[in-house]
Design a protein around this ligand. Structure first.
Ligand SMILES: *[C@@H]1O[C@H](CO)[C@@H](O)[C@H](O)[C@H]1NC(C)=O
Ligand SMILES: *[C@@H]1O[C@H](CO)[C@@H](O)[C@H](O)[C@H]1NC(C)=O
Ligand SMILES: [Zn+2]
Length: 965
């Protein structure tokens, strides 16, 4: 899935463009990005460092007494093919319910003799044939089995079939079911999405099967390993089109129950896992590539969106990305067609159904007049991610969900390569650093993190599977695969992928299978490594966390230690590798070339790493390795001096790395906070995006801790001092903000410049920005504000305005015909400083007519990022917990809610409130349990941090801002 499963999915905590004076804007800084760039990213990691982390919901898998009380199929039968007919009703029935009816014939083979058949079925009403829910027939001369009894077992979503005598191993049978179910609006299984077109409500029937909801659409053997061929038929109204994984012939007119309908029969699918199925019935329009080559590529969306050309960018980039992937995998696209469709209601960012990829609108549609460069990047990235799955994940599939990290980490990593090919000027291979790697490090440095690879027996229940869709799986997965690809070289990596895909096509694998093929490629190419891929990589995937590598440039000693942000946190799970890693340490020193030192033990020595008194040494070049670096204080000082004199001698990624490592090392008490703060002094000369991004997201933490206190004045003054040259730089190169810089990363940095300047009170900034908003209010049909700035401009204008500005923005949000524009306004509406407007907005989240359920956590977290809104949002969550919980968005939804709302918590009083909340809702926390625990852990760490650093931080900022006057 694309990030943003229930999660990751939608929770762009996007517009945490806070308001409240300067403070908020600074906070917003980093988060504007997450909004602009990472719609559908997991969580507001930058702001809070708390992500939905994983701990099994049920820790002891009790051995079930009966097979149907367990959560896994016994594997004694295996499906070969299915014939499924489904008829979704796009109008409510007399009870006001939307339903679908259907039937399914599955032909299966008996592998081991058994008198018990388990097949998944969830929330379906099965018709009875005589006494039983199924008809069972023997094929190829096998006798018809005699059924003893059948029943549904809702806790494990099984349909249980007991026989009077066992099926014979090797026999082939046919199982028929006839059923109906609700086409509800819960975004799972076969569900409905609604939208309005020319004042008319339209209903779309669509699906989201991953991970365990195919069983909600029809009875099936719903595990990834149960690959089969699917023959799908959809019955639908005459004005609609039906889509599924494969191509269809023209629909046939039929009459059922007196109604004129269409029947669309699809070609048999390739052999595939049920979680990758998709069916859609809609009135959408499409565009396709001008000349059909071997593969038919189409983009589907609401008619208006297609008319406005919002699908054009996706269509164009799909072609380039597919070309890249075919070359990268050295394997042609496995299907005859690729449909991609944008849905008004969708819980994930996107879903890689094989041949029919479903997206949230913001992840597929792009409008040059309305979308920012970040929106554009998101579209390119999500498309690239989902297309990468067409091979890795779909053609070759993990055996079980415990290897989800491989699937998702891989697609996340490769999405950057795909976009880099499709948009070569964007420097996507650098942008993976702020987008994935720094975030993954923030989460993985907590004692409550978890290994990438889970044990199969720990991942049984659907909610355990859902919990795996987190940022460790996506972002750390991407980070370690990037590191691996780098140390064996991309060429060798892709060679290994090719033979892996070739050996396992249409079947299932575990991660060892990939290691085996990469090893083969490594051996063939003669790459020198300190050990096998398996031995090196297992340390990165089977134990949580990552090391901090410390280099003493006076002695040449180099050592590693498990890095934890909170030095007092206790790691309770032992690791078979003792939290040691085999670390590829790339490094260089003054005037020298890049070198590699493999740190294979806890400690080592490399006398080449010794430096003279005016020299510097830099390690982890371009952050290719997933670790942090610490140095002796002499080298830190030399690096900082180098940044101050010729910052361009340090690669741009490493300028960001030095800042991010330093702040995190300071939080973990390896170096002083003042040393970390000193790494930001060169920023008055810096105009590149990455270093600024790292600085603002780290300073953001300090802002969150102090924006309600008297320490805030000098901090603001320092930001003004550092931000003024940047603001002037962009004023100059953009002809006084009339032009947009050409480079993608300059466009991001231009937004940083404006947020930082307005937030810290640089003269002329606020006037500039609110002036733009007033022009728009005067002429609502002609919004001239550049899309890149909109989040920032809207937020500041609403923060400094009142009801009139708020209502204007609300109305414009209702009218917005493009989802990304609506999202920007949605974020900005949370920036108001008027408590009554905030309360009213929060209450709108309980009314799906005003705020879609999928957007509720975004609104609440946006409000919470505003210092005025935060206590109101916390009260709101506490008093409406039950309702919000029932929204059923899963762990990511709840984690983003809690993460956003508690990010400023830094007092004992707030800690007690969290504890109280946990006790009061003990029975209703479910998937949010982890998030509450994490919020408590983070709050504790914040309390300690503030107590220890308050004075030094205050004095440092005071000194920096007074000495220069
Ligand atoms: C399945 O349902 C369709 C549509 O109602 C019907 O045409 C078909 O005959 C049914 N299949 C079987 C085997 O009953
Ligand atoms: C691509 O795959 C083919 C067939 O397996 C193989 O012969 C060829 O060498 C591969 N090309 C590269 C560049 O690896
Ligand atoms: Zn994915």
């Amino acid at each position: 899935m694309g990030k943003g499963y229930f999660l990751s999915k939608p929770l762009a905590l996007a517009g945490i463009v806070a308001a409240v004076g300067a403070a908020a804007t600074i906070i917003a800084l980093s988060v504007v990005y997450s909004k602009e760039k990472a719609k559908n990213k997991h969580l507001p990691v930058v702001a809070t460092e708390r992500i939905d982390s994983f701990v099994p919901v049920y820790t002891t898998p009790s051995t079930p007494k009966e097979p149907w009380q367990g959560h896994r199929l016994p594997g004694n039968v295996k499906p070969i093919n299915y014939h499924v007919t489904l008829w979704p009703r796009l109008e409510p029935n007399s009870d006001g319910l939307y339903i679908f009816t259907g039937n399914c014939t599955v032909i299966f083979k008996c592998i081991t003799a058994t008198d018990l058949i388990l097949i998944h079925s969830n929330k379906l009403n099965l018709k009875k044939f005589g006494d039983h829910h199924v008809k069972l027939t023997g094929l190829n001369g096998a006798p018809n089995p005699s059924i003893k009894t059948t029943w549904l077992e809702p806790p494990t979503t099984f349909l249980v079939i007991q026989l009077n005598s066992p099926l014979k191993a090797g026999g082939t049978y046919e199982l028929f079911t006839d059923f109906d179910g609700e086409l509800s609006n819960d975004m799972g299984g076969f569900y409905r999405s609604e939208y309005e077109e020319n004042g008319v409500k339209k209903v779309v029937a669509t699906t989201q099967m991953q991970p365990t909801d195919a069983r909600k659409a029809f009875p099936c053997f719903d595990e990834p390993v149960m690959k089969a061929v699917f023959h799908i038929t959809l019955i639908h109204p005459p004005n609609t089109v039906a889509l599924s994984n494969s191509l269809s012939s023209d629909p046939e007119s039929i009459k059922v129950e007196g109604q004129d309908l269409l029947k669309t029969s699809f070609d048999p699918t390739e052999i595939m896992s049920p979680y990758l199925l998709a069916f859609v019935v809609c009135e959408f329009a499409f565009i396709k590539a001008p000349k059909d080559e071997d593969v038919l590529v189409r983009i589907w969306a609401r008619k208006k969106a297609i008319e406005e050309g919002q699908g054009n960018y996706a269509l164009e980039k799909t072609g380039s990305v597919l070309a890249f992937l075919e070359n990268y995998y050295n394997s042609s696209y496995p299907l005859k067609k690729s449909d991609q469709i944008a849905l008004p209601d969708f819980s994930a960012g996107a879903m890689e159904n094989w041949g029919l990829i479903t997206y949230k609108e913001t992840s597929l549609l792009y409008n040059p007049k309305m979308s920012s460069n970040g929106d554009k990047e998101e579209v390119a990235k999500v498309i690239s991610h989902e297309l990468a799955h067409m091979w890795f994940g779909n053609l070759v599939t993990m055996k079980w969900w415990n290897d989800l990290w491989l699937n998702e980490g891989f697609a996340t990593y490769v999405s950057y390569l795909g976009v880099d090919y499709a948009e070569p000027t964007w420097t996507m291979k650098d942008l993976i650093i702020p987008n994935e790697i720094l975030n993954a490090m923030a989460v993985d440095a907590m004692a409550s993190s978890h290994p990438l690879s889970a044990r199969e027996e720990d991942i049984m229940r659907p909610e355990q599977i859902s919990q795996l869709f987190d940022s460790i799986t996506y972002s750390k997965g991407a980070a370690v695969l990037r590191m691996l690809s780098d140390f064996i070289t991309e060429k060798v990596f892709s060679k290994g992928l090719h033979t892996y895909l070739d050996e396992f096509k249409h079947s299932n694998t575990v991660y060892h299978d990939l290691w085996k093929h990469l090893q083969m490629a490594v051996d063939e190419a003669g790459v020198k490594l300190p050990d096998t891929i398996e031995v090196i990589m297992n340390r990165w995937i089977l134990q949580m966390g990552f090391p901090v590598v410390t280099i003493n440039t006076q002695t040449g000693q180099i050592s590693q230690k498990h890095f934890l942000t909170d030095p007092e946190s206790v790691v309770e799970t032992p690791s078979e590798f003792n939290y040691e890693w085999i670390v590829p340490v790339t490094w260089m020193k003054t005037g020298g070339d890049e070198q590699m030192h493999w740190l294979v033990d806890k400690e080592g020595t490399n006398t080449d790493m010794k430096i003279g008194s005016n020299e510097w040494l830099l390690a982890n070049i371009n952050m290719k390795g997933f670790f942090r670096v610490n140095y002796d204080s002499q080298n830190w000082e030399n690096l900082i001096a180098k940044l101050d004199s010729d910052h361009k001698d340090i690669p741009v990624i490493n300028r960001a790395q030095i800042i991010d490592d330093a702040f995190n090392l300071a939080r973990a008490k390896y170096i002083s906070i003042t040393m970390a703060l000193s790494t930001t002094k060169f920023l008055d000369k810096e105009v590149e995006h990455l270093p600024w991004q790292a600085a603002t997201s780290n300073l953001n933490y300090i802002m969150l801790m102090f924006d309600r206190s008297e320490q805030y004045g000098p901090i603001k003054a320092y930001l003004r001092k550092q931000g003024t040259p940047l603001f002037q730089h962009f004023t100059r190169i953009t002809d006084n903000w009339k032009k947009i810089p050409e480079r993608h990363t300059d466009q991001y940095n231009q937004v940083t410049a404006i947020s930082l300047a307005c937030g810290s009170g640089v003269k002329g900034c606020d006037e500039l920005v609110t002036g733009w908003f007033r022009e728009w209010m005067a002429e609502p049909d002609n919004n001239k504000i550049n899309p890149n700035f909109r989040s920032t401009v809207y937020c500041r204008a609403i923060a400094s305005g009142g009801e009139e500005e708020w209502d204007f923005a609300w109305n414009m949000m209702q009218k917005a015909s493009i989802a990304s524009e609506a999202m920007k306004l949605m974020g900005a509406l949370g920036c108001t400083k008027h408590p009554w407007l905030i309360s009213r907005y929060l209450h709108y989240t309980l009314n799906p007519e005003k705020i879609r359920k999928q957007d509720a956590p975004i609104v609440i977290a946006n409000v919470a990022s505003n210092a005025v809104g935060q206590p109101l949002a916390w009260d709101f969550i506490r008093s409406n917990w039950e309702k919000l919980y029932e929204y059923g968005g899963g762990a990511f939804f709840l984690a983003s809610l809690l993460g956003g709302v508690t990010s400023r918590f830094s007092s004992e009083f707030e800690y007690k409130q969290l504890m109280q909340f946990k006790d009061d809702n003990a029975a209703k926390l479910g998937a949010a349990t982890m998030s509450v625990m994490q919020a408590m852990e983070v709050t504790k760490a914040n309390i300690n941090w503030v107590a220890e650093n308050k004075e030094q931080v205050y004095e440092w900022f005071l000194k920096e801002t007074t000495s220069s006057r």
